[in-house]
Design a protein around this ligand. Sequence first.
Ligand code: F6R
Length: 360
Amino acid sequence: DRGAYPYYMLKEIDEQPAVLHRIQKTYFAEDGSLKIPADLLAAMQKADRLYIVGAGTSYHAGLVGKRLFEQLTQIPTEVVLASEFAYDNPILSDHPFFIFLTQSGETADSRQVLVRVNNEWQAPSLTITNAENSTLYREATYQLLLNAGPEIAVASTKAYTAQIAVEAVVAKALGMARHISTAKNFNLNHELSLAANAIQAIVDEKQTIKEIAHHNLAKTRNAFYIGRGVDYFVALEAALKLKEISYIHAEGFASGELKHGTIALIEDKTPVIAILTQERTASHTRSNIQEVKSRGAQVLTIVSENLAKPGDDIVIPTISELLLPLVSVVPAQLLAYYASLERGYNVDQPRNLAKSVTVE
Ligand code: F6R
């Protein structure tokens, strides 16, 4: 029931702090230890490489997950598109472990990969899903639930943030089991509380984002998101949200790549939305902002408070850099939502799309 909300998507965006709290309750014990099954951790500890499989938004959550797994566990991690990997001839590592990210648990492309994992490669697998007893839940060796509650809007929002949070939980548990100091020193439970508070602060101020959508996205045909590192991964997700419900041609670009070709697309007043949450790369992205501005782009910034400068547009609270994708995506979700409303579309039921994609 969407109650007083005009669309499920807005309700689901607003629910994200509560979803993070539910994940904390599910996966942290009273004493602060993590509730991840010992047999799952033992199987993952045998892996020399993790393969994260997903489609669409779940693939984008996997890209952020790669950063979490590599930082917290030191195990090399690859992220693959299910529809590509299902028909590839990959050279797998000696001891691969597969992680399936799927909100619905029914995505045919992802299932096709799981069939190969089970029959051809006989490797262990974990499905992280919102749907208990779904096909990918049943057919994987191990399973963990997102507990995000039903996601009704076709455009995925809370499942994306829930997937990142559960990936962080698994990465932290595995890193602890491997005695990795970054994992030991990472107070994930506390950081998830900070992330929930930060998201709450953004949804409480959604009026500002509505106005930005009105001014910058109501009429445009194109829009570009740019960023580096995890900010680039969020840019991909942000662009997908915008295209699927507002039908604006949006792309996410690695900001350093602009000069290698894509900057040719910038015209007078083209909206370019830059995401800056990573200290190591923020000044580089600032230079890229100047490059597009001088070609006429209308630049908007989504910046974490510690990196903010006068004139920035959307300033988000600073939390651990590893978890900032949970927060920086939220203004982008809201921009997509309000752009769709401005243009008069059915936000929850975009054309040509289905909630669960059961064909290859
Ligand atoms: C985008 C979206 C899709 C899904 C994709 C995978 O908003 O919802 O890109 O993320 O179809 O679906 P699941 O996660 O159910 O496997």
